[in-house]
Design a protein around this ligand. Structure first.
Ligand SMILES: [Zn+2]
Length: 127
């Protein structure tokens, strides 16, 4: 296989792994998933591919309070992140409508946007 065709396949597998994931993934987590399909995949390739996908606007960086860099598809609808305090995995959750933006609080503060991360136990860790 030529280098270009291999790159295309790696990119497709990595993109698909992110798209199928229950929440944003770190590069290490992404490597763990993608290497099941591409056993010879190296983590340096995953880093390089993630950077390309980010530059192309297909995925976005997600920063949570634990400071780790995670990635998710740019096209994902608005959602919240749930961070498991035991396994440290992060999941997309839908809380429904929350505080609307442009609401004025007591004291004259106006909310422009907000970021919420929920912490708790995921279904697997609850068992
Ligand atoms: Zn968990």
């Amino acid at each position: 296989m030529t280098a270009k065709r291999r790159d295309t396949r790696q990119r497709a597998v990595i993109w698909h792994a992110l798209d199928e994931a229950p929440g944003p993934l770190t590069v290490e987590e992404l490597f763990g998933v993608a290497s099941q399909q591409l056993p010879r995949l190296g983590i340096a390739t995953v880093y390089r591919t993630v950077k390309m996908l980010e530059e192309d606007g297909e995925i976005v960086l997600v920063k949570l309070p634990d400071g780790l860099s995670r990635y998710e598809p740019a096209s994902r609808e608005e959602h919240r992140h749930f961070s498991c305090t035991r396994c440290t995995r992060t999941f997309d959750v839908d809380l429904g409508p929350q505080w609307p933006n442009e609401v004025e609080l007591a004291g004259g503060f106006v909310i422009q946007h907000h970021e919420v991360t929920l912490f708790g136990l995921c279904p697997e860790c609850r068992q």
